[in-house]
Design a protein. Structure first.
Length: 381
């Protein structure tokens, strides 16, 4: 039986949402959504009011990520999971090399392994809590890994594999929970893609990808080759990156998007840019993460799960608890007090807390969370 603990109001954070996606949506975003209620919601995504929002998102993200000349911001429906399939259909020519060190990075590699028209991928596998980047590999045309492995709280460096450009290979980065909260040099990537319900505090359902000229050209070539007679490859229109890009250039999506998601996203991109952009956001996330890691290091019952401090994530913090303290009891007591989504990733199966410290989360609230966890642990016993 889990006893209930009442945390004193003075200890509680102002906002109790610490999920890793969907993550906290700021009240101002909800207000923007309400304002859009009669002007944008329920209107055509092919008309200028909604297209204007898409244009604002595309320009705002181009600024935020300081994208190099020639790179394009594309978007479409289906989230990062859809982008994996799109990359299998439209970007991997024959064979990819993958870093696999957790649930999300593993899934893209698994999709590529199942695609009947692709060759067996080369997978560089790391234990949970570590990071395994792909190394130079002969005969691959794509290197892929995740900027932030959300299941384990590991952040990875984003640098092209040495020799990859010379061999004509693309670098595809799943940045779903890292994009916008971790530093990045977009020139080191050919597709830097993410969903908006993590750092960008919107709803799910969309993918956004920053594409290099090489990625754009690759998609065109691969898709043309699939049209040739006798080609074994099939690129369903929904998985055509070229079609997605054509629509994005017109500030539209291939098929109907959730307009609410666009409005929430636009508001967040503006907020981030107004506050100092990527540099500001990455420092804010690092501060929040630092509060949790130093608290855990000083605690006699909590320890950071990721041992290598260089890859400890600044956006998704994983904390192991001593076996004398049940993480699920702590998580459920926190939930009873309005502090939600602090549980570890289920498939990891550890006695762990996992906390999303995206830019929308105030560092003061993260500090308050540590006091609340201490309070709960003390009173559960
Ligand atoms: C959340 C997440 C995904 C999946 O995003 P969806 O929008 O649910 O498709 C993929 N990769 C990473 C790293 C994630 O954190």
């Amino acid at each position: 039986m889990i006893e209930s603990v009442k945390i004193p109001a003075s200890l509680l954070p102002e906002d109790g949402r610490f999920g890793c996606g969907p993550s906290k949506i700021r009240p101002k975003q909800v207000k923007a959504l309400a304002q859009a209620g009669t002007t944008l919601l329920g209107t055509s995504h092919r008309q200028s009011p909604v297209k204007h929002v898409v244009a604002s998102i595309r320009e705002g993200l181009a600024d935020y990520f300081s994208i190099p000349d020639g790179w394009q911001v594309a978007l479409g429906n289906g989230g990062a999971s859809a982008f994996w399939e799109m990359a299998c259909a439209s970007l991997i020519a024959r064979r990819g090399a993958f870093g696999s060190y957790g649930s999300f990075s593993g899934k893209f590699a698994a999709s590529a392994a199942k695609a009947p028209f692709l060759e067996e991928p080369v997978i560089y596998k790391g234990e949970y809590g570590t990071c395994a980047l792909p190394e130079y590999t002969e005969d691959v045309d794509v290197y892929a890994w995740a900027h932030n492995e959300t299941s384990t709280g590991v952040m990875a460096p984003i640098r092209r594999v040495r020799g990859s450009v010379e061999q004509g290979a693309l670098t595809l980065i799943d940045a779903t929970s890292g994009a916008g909260g971790l530093p990045v040099d977009i020139a080191q990537t050919d597709a830097y893609y993410f969903s908006p319900q993590k750092v960008f505090g919107s709803d799910g359902g969309l993918w956004i990808a920053i594409l290099s000229p090489d990625a754009i050209e690759r998609a065109a070539t691969v898709e043309q080759s699939a049209e040739l007679e006798g080609a074994r490859r099939w690129v369903p229109p929904f998985l055509s990156l070229t079609k997605a890009l054509e629509n994005s250039r017109k500030d539209q999506t291939l098929n109907t998007p959730a307009i609410g998601t666009l409005v929430l996203l636009d508001e967040q991109v503006k907020w981030l840019n107004e506050h100092g952009g990527l540099d500001w956001a990455t420092k804010r996330c690092a501060k929040s993460a630092g509060i949790l890691y130093s608290w855990a290091e000083q605690s006699d019952y909590a320890t950071p799960f990721v041992k290598d401090t260089a890859i400890r994530s600044n956006v998704v913090v994983t904390i192991d608890l001593d076996e004398s303290v049940s993480a699920s009891a702590v998580v459920s007591a926190l939930r009873d007090n309005g502090i939600v989504d602090t549980s570890g990733y289920r498939k990891l199966g550890r006695n762990q807390l996992r906390i999303g410290v995206f830019p929308s989360v105030k560092p003061d609230d993260v500090e308050a969370l540590t006091h609340c966890v201490d309070y709960v642990v003390e009173h559960l016993h």
